[in-house]
Design a protein around this ligand. Sequence first.
Ligand SMILES: Nc1ncnc2c1ncn2[C@@H]1O[C@H](COP(=O)(O)OP(=O)(O)O)[C@@H](O)[C@H]1O
Ligand SMILES: [Mg+2]
Length: 244
Amino acid sequence: MNGKEKISTGIKGLDEMTKGGITRSSVIAIVGPHGSGKTLMSLQFLNACLAAGKSCMYISSLHNDKELVENGAHYGWKFEPFLENKLMLKHIEPVHITQQGVELHLISNYLDELPKVVSETKAEIVIIDTITDFLMLCKSEIERRSRLMGLLDILKKNGSTVLITAEAAVASDMTPSGIVEYITDGVIVLRRVQSQDLSEVVHIIQIVKLRWAEHSREIRQFDFTNTGIEVYSKYNVMLGWHGR
Ligand SMILES: Nc1ncnc2c1ncn2[C@@H]1O[C@H](COP(=O)(O)OP(=O)(O)O)[C@@H](O)[C@H]1O
Ligand SMILES: [Mg+2]
């Protein structure tokens, strides 16, 4: 991937850690527990890509279009004007529940629907928040692996640059099966740790893998601000102190 264009993540500190951003046509995973900032980071990346004039598809299994537009606006990111041409928001619910009498039935064709949706896009940037539902619906490790490989193959053939988010297992910095980390080109881990004096929780970010590219091995502190995620400089990492 050497020599390929780097796409800014929209986060200055993360661009420093990745030596310029995400390599074009690579597949990067953001892994972390709930509330660690995966969705926010993916929306911040979306905003940066739109600002750079790229065509984007954002697939969400949790948030509908209205929520995404409203939440983006909260951080100063205006998605609405791009909906005309450069941005496609796609809310796909992985499972539908129907009720017959007292019986609940779970219906899902997500495992076929998601590959179909991505195969139809020509977007330069594809963001999937989150891939966890797709993996959970697979019945075995081998199915999980081949379905994910199939999905990413479609995106690679399209030449898209891909960002996927994945839930980490509780008290771990890995997804339950580890397949996401294994298959993707890069893995960015978001974690929460207790500050030294135990008075607060601090957020940390680390790049654990970035194939074919030079990257930082630092663990940096980050925070949520009114303009999105801010990754602090390595000189400012002091647990419990933001050093701004
Ligand atoms: N402006 C803000 N000020 C403080 N915290 C914020 C702000 N915006 C977001 N957060 C934090 O970000 C978290 C949401 O992150 P989110 O991206 O939804 O996480 P994930 O997708 O990993 O579950 C919230 O739980 C909240 O703690
Ligand atoms: Mg989320």
